[in-house]
Design a protein around this ligand. Structure first.
Ligand SMILES: [Zn+2]
Length: 552
């Protein structure tokens, strides 16, 4: 193939940071997409369930899309399929057995038909200009892969989430021979998972956690409750192994935990005799010391099974003598929620264990600095592009690869909306496209903008004040008396004076300017501004002001 005029573009539609992984590889005539993940909201996004990638870039290129390739079974790599596939052409979605098993729990639940195609680690898949070869790596979910992508302009190594585990819990170690083979054939650019670059050395083996569970369960006289992410099948396996060893039955609590465990058992990735499992409904008929419970809520999610247990709102009650173990560290943005959940759990009388008070409760699924260097030496790419990290990890990665002899021009530093262009064996940054946070709040996709978020924050902090203005449609005049009601701002019964003064402010505006202002929208804005000023002067707070015109 004549590659002198060929060109490849690479973009991250989920932004440059940790989650919402979605990479586009685009040539003149074809596009493939690697991963299609969701992101999780931080505390500045109240009421938002998930954040999804922004696919506006693909709008007029849809006919070029040939396939989606999933790297592994974590939701931040496949969770957006159900949100985005309806607006994309019907293309095959490739992935390994467990990855597809986990992704289909969600699409089945949404009754969505997705053309999943299971891949093995032997047969490369060719679609249009691309040939994609899966390489087995270790991570916190089994059956994870890195991708070798053959393109008309050279070979790209897509090194998403990985670590090297020479003694993994339930699968083979990473296929270093195949990685090295790809490297010896010549890799132009490597995208590498940089999340844990700040830690020196190698990430320990996942197996370490089982020893901790084993020691803890021997001290536990009540229910042994473990929370972790529902896709961490290796972690779940270790808890299960300990349950079997000490003769405890296993309960899976929380929808995603139940669904993932069911899928992993069915596909042979979670080894657990069926008669060892007890349903949430039947848990009460067993003595506390005979149960090990695996539950969702490791990130402190307010509606999770663990949060409901902590607040006495679940069929399983947590009581004194129970152990609750967080076998997962908070991800950025979830620290406060996790702290709150730990506090509520302590109030139940249970013993609560988490990383800052007990070692080896969690082992990262991401490789540390020395492991990243090992990977680089196996793949030996001409150019590198760190992915999956925040700015500080990207900076650290830059420093690390420089110590290995990489020059500035060989290191592509990612940023939001960046377009990387590969031509004639050269990789450069060629431009930028706009990539927004698309927020899903359970009701709709992308209809929550910054204004809605700001309103939610204002309401949560300072409450809301509604001004009710009766208006006679026939005459176009304000009639009757105005009313002011509030929620979460001041206790109305004790604030007669304040509310009376506020009504006076409204009456004055209507008397002075009501005749001139014909536009209701404008009148509402004036009222809101004046009242905001008034309330701030008298209370130092800024409630959300909502003038409501009632036609009578
Ligand atoms: Zn992952």
């Amino acid at each position: 193939m004549d590659t002198t005029n060929s060109k490849l573009k690479i973009l991250a539609l989920g932004g440059a940071e940790v989650n919402r992984n979605m990479h586009v590889y685009e040539t003149e005539k074809d596009i493939i997409i690697v991963d299609c993940g969701i992101g999780f909201p931080d505390e500045n996004m109240p009421g938002i369930d998930v954040i999804i990638p922004d696919i506006s870039y693909l709008k007029d290129k849809k006919q070029k899309i040939r396939a989606i390739f999933l790297t592994h079974g974590h939701q931040d790599h496949w969770g957006s399929l159900v949100y985005l596939l309806p607006s994309l052409p019907k293309v095959p979605v490739y992935g390994t057995k467990l990855t597809i098993g986990l992704a289909s729990t969600k699409s089945d639940q949404e009754r969505m038909k997705i053309d999943y195609r299971e891949v093995d680690y032997k047969t490369p898949i060719t679609v249009g200009d691309f040939t994609v070869d899966y390489i087995h790596v270790n991570h916190s979910v089994p059956d994870s892969a890195n991708l070798v992508i053959h393109t008309p302009v050279g070979v790209i190594y897509h090194g998403s989430d990985f670590k090297f585990d020479w003694t993994p819990v339930d699968e083979a170690p990473a296929d270093v021979q195949k990685i090295a083979r790809a490297g010896s054939e010549g890799v132009l650019l490597m995208l590498e998972d940089c999340l844990r670059v700040e830690k020196s050395g190698y990430t320990p083996s996942e197996q370490k956690v089982q020893e901790t569970f084993d020691q803890q369960i021997q001290k536990c006289k009540g229910k042994f409750i473990v929370t972790t992410t529902a896709s961490s099948i290796s972690r779940i396996q270790q808890a299960v192994n300990v349950a079997i060893k000490y003769g405890r039955k296993v309960v899976f609590a929380g929808r995603s935990m139940e669904q993932n465990a069911e899928a992993a058992i069915r596909l042979g990735f979670l080894k657990l005799p069926i008669d060892q499992i007890v349903s949430v409904d039947n848990a009460r008929s067993h003595a506390s010391q005979d149960l090990l419970i695996l539950v969702t809520g490791a990130f402190g999610q307010g509606n999770s099974a663990l949060a409901r247990m902590a607040n006495g709102d679940h069929k399983i009650k947590i009581t004194e003598g129970d152990f609750v173990t967080f076998s997962q560290d908070p991800i950025p943005g979830t620290e406060t929620s996790v702290d709150n959940l730990i506090n509520s759990l302590i109030k139940t009388g249970a013993e609560v264990f988490y990383s800052s008070i007990l070692d080896d409760l969690h082992v990262s699924g991401h490789e540390s600095a020395d492991g990243l260097k090992l990977m680089l030496n196996l793949v030996r790419p001409k150019y590198v592009l760190p992915i999956g990290g925040d700015l500080r990890q990207i900076k650290q990665y830059q420093k690390m690869v420089k110590t290995m002899g990489y020059k500035d021009e060989q290191i592509i530093v990612p940023y939001e909306g960046q377009i990387v262009e590969v031509t004639n064996g050269k990789v450069v940054v060629s431009g930028k496209t706009e990539v927004k946070n698309i927020m899903v709040d359970g009701l709709g996709i992308g209809d929550v903008g910054t204004i809605v978020l700001r309103d939610r924050i204002t309401m949560a902090e300072d409450g809301i004040v509604m001004v009710l203005l009766p208006y006679e449609k026939a005459t176009g005049e304000m009639v009757g008396d105005i009313d002011i009601v509030s929620r979460g701002f001041v206790y109305m019964k004790e604030s007669d004076e304040l509310i009376g003064e506020a009504k006076e402010v409204v009456r004055k505006i209507l008397a002075d300017r009501g005749k001139e202002i014909h536009n209701m929208g404008y009148l509402k804005r004036v009222l809101a501004e004046e009242l905001e000023r008034f309330f701030f002067t008298s209370t130092r707070r800024r409630p959300l002001i909502l003038p409501v015109v009632m036609e009578i």
